[in-house]
Design a protein around this ligand. Sequence first.
Ligand SMILES: [Zn+2]
Ligand SMILES: [Zn+2]
Length: 512
Amino acid sequence: MIASNADLSCLALATGQGDEGVCLLAQIGAYRILLDCGITDISNLLELEIDGVWCSHAHRHHSQGLIALHTARPQLPLYGSSATTILLGLDNFIILPWQNSLAEGSPLGTELYPGLYARIFPAGHLPGAAAILFTYQGSDRSYTLLYTGDFFISNTRLTEGLSLNDLRGCRPDVLIVEGSYGTARYAHRRQQENGLVQQINALLTEKNTIYLLAPELGQAQEILMLLRGQMAGQRIEIWVDESIQNTCDRFIQCLPELPNNIQNFSRDRSLFWDDRGWPRVNPWPQTPKSGIFLITDLIALEHLQSLESVLLLVPPQYLESSTNLGLKTQKYFLSEHSDGAGTAQLIHNIRPQHVIFVHGSATYLADLTGLEELHSRYQLHLPSAGSLVELPIGDTFLHAPPPTESTYEGELAAGSQLIHISLPATVADDPRWQNFADTGLVEARWQGGELILRGVSARQLLNYPEKVAENLHCCGNCRYLRGQRCFNEESPLHGFKVTATGVCRSFATNLL
Ligand SMILES: [Zn+2]
Ligand SMILES: [Zn+2]
């Protein structure tokens, strides 16, 4: 393992890319604090000098190594918020008190070790999730480091978002921030929620039984609160699997930590288990019934007898893995992290000297470090797993060389029927191009004053829900469709089971 003599540094043991969780060792003055333990193999941690462990929130990618680490090194203090300890079901934590703003409480917070103080702020995202601000007061100078963990600026059904106002002007020497969504922009959370409710309502009108996959801790509880709020009065039975049922009970134990409106809502009824109103939430049924089933994994579907009217709703990243179940599948999306705009806004509000990006695909994080508005003002770092980031303070800021160009200039040619957009061929050098160009089809959509282009994948084509009109160029009207499969070797859909509404550029009409 690499060691550092600097007063401030960060050893990235795991940076939350792909299936790997987050685990960082921060040197803050005289102390070394482990920021999250989201790894399964903790052997690397056994020999390291560590003074304490901070767990930002209860998601697996941030906490899955904690029990093993605690078993191996029981003397090592674990720090977390009260709701995080409840959701994790661990009782050996030292609970840090909330601070809702910089102005509140003692200016330095709780003294963890002589000279090292910590303050924690609600980070949105999941009940209990917290951003932590460390201050080290050394003999000649002090250092500050803010670690956001996963954060979300918007309110969700069960959390209030991270407050930029409360952190404004905090000016830490170092900010360690997650960048899961890169520079992507998403619709307002409320709009996404309304979209999901509409999607579910439309499916129920078609008499579908819906299986909704909500694999992350807290996702199902968000959706339950959403459905109980937005579909109030509709006679719908919702069934939840055992894991969701247990998490619901843990959320109820966290009630004092939940937003005021939720506390008011549950004053005279149980937060989830209320059998007087509709929709009604029930534990998993003994015999198959109809309604909405919330599941944390796809195993439950293997035992289904009749799949005719079943529709599966999954988060976008599960679309691929769920297709071999042979079920009608649609994706749904509710964002859980701040988008690119939110991340940049946080950084500008607190104005750190160094910014370390973690958590998210390397290309997404590189999009963030490529933003001119960021790399011209802050020292940005994108560590890979196993690397050490030295964080010299107060040195004259050397502007990093501009990153590789990520904006492409193109040309428009507007005809009477079609618009052609030409882009330089270098756009295809990016590894993401292959996915984008998968079928050769794009989807365009307005977002404010901008037109967003998105590649249509073969999978998406199979899931298009629209009805077929006779004159449409689509699989249902194609001469190469046989027994629901595509037999056109030229087509990207060749060999796939297709829906009538699928389309590709190799369409050939069956009308002579
Ligand atoms: Zn999380
Ligand atoms: Zn995470």
